[in-house]
Design a protein around this ligand. Structure first.
Ligand code: HEC
Ligand code: HEC
Length: 212
């Protein structure tokens, strides 16, 4: 069932790509079918809900439904080591720019299946107030449209906390987010993560064949 939906989506994407060739601006279309092939190892970790990073322990991020442009820039950041996660550095090390674009297209086309996480309601409420300054880039609920800024809505709370701590400590280097995170307390990080995790989002941890 899921597979046939996926195939339909891919066919749709291919049709759209076909149409764009007749248009005035011809861009090299990313190939989601090739992206699916390149992503088989990735699905071992990103292809089932609730899998965890061994240490520090946090849930492996959902990347299904994430913006393609952001997936590509995240992969580049692992490849050039501005993000310190060793396993992801290894995963990205041999990917070319066009591989990354294809992988981004494959994951981005997935329909979201994330459910808002159960979080501490009072904490999420506090987080909503604190997150007003994040809305310009990530959207009010974290489900923003701008493709260079990741969707946060419905992402795992434990992962959002880890990412913000890593921007704060320099484990992740990003000019914008290091500035955003530098003065946050752990309480503020947890509150905003609870808020975004509890929102409806377009993210998904796709069910892969590996787990069927
Ligand atoms: C062994 C498990 C594992 C495998 C295999 C794996 N990943 Fe990951 N991936 C992770 C973890 C854990 C993180 C979070 C790393 C961090 O904290 O920076 C992550 C992060 C990411 C991110 C960043 C998500 C975000 O929201 O910033 C992307 C994109 C990604 N992986 C893509 C891939 C792709 C593409 C592959 C296959 C080529 C892959 N991963 C293979 C575990 C894995
Ligand atoms: C000016 C735009 C901008 C603002 C404002 C902003 N962000 Fe971000 N955010 C980004 C960009 C760009 C990235 C991707 C950085 C990277 O590549 O590592 C990001 C990444 C993140 C991530 C990592 C998501 C993931 O999937 O790994 C989290 C969590 C996050 N932001 C939370 C916040 C919070 C909380 C605020 C408000 C306090 C905020 N951001 C404000 C632009 C912004």
């Amino acid at each position: 069932m899921l597979k046939s939906i996926r195939n339909t989506v891919i066919t749709g994407a291919a049709l759209l790509a076909g149409f764009s060739l007749t248009g005035v601006q011809v861009a090299v279309a990313a190939d989601a079918t090739n992206g699916e092939q390149l992503s088989q190892t990735c699905l071992g970790c990103h292809g089932a809900p609730g899998l965890r990073n061994p240490g520090p322990v946090y849930e492996i991020p959902m990347i299904g439904g994430q913006h393609a442009e952001y997936i590509v820039s995240a992969l580049k950041a692992y490849k050039d080591k501005t993000r310190s996660h060793k396993t992801m550095q290894a995963q990205a090390s041999n990917l070319s720019d066009s591989d990354m674009a294809d992988i981004g297209a494959f994951f981005a086309q997935m329909k979201g299946n994330s459910r808002p996480s159960l979080v501490n309601k009072a904490e999420a409420k506090a987080g909503e107030k604190l997150s007003a300054s994040c809305a310009a880039c990530h959207g009010k609920t974290g489900d923003g449209e701008q493709s260079s800024f990741p969707k946060l809505a419905g992402q795992y709370e434990s992962y959002l906390v880890q990412a913000l701590k890593d921007y704060r400590s320099g484990e992740r280097n990003n000019l914008i987010m290091s500035g955003q995170a530098t003065n946050l307390t752990i309480g503020q990080i947890e509150a905003m993560s609870a808020y975004f995790a509890s929102q409806e989002g377009g993210l998904s941890a796709p069910e892969s064949k590996i787990f069927k």
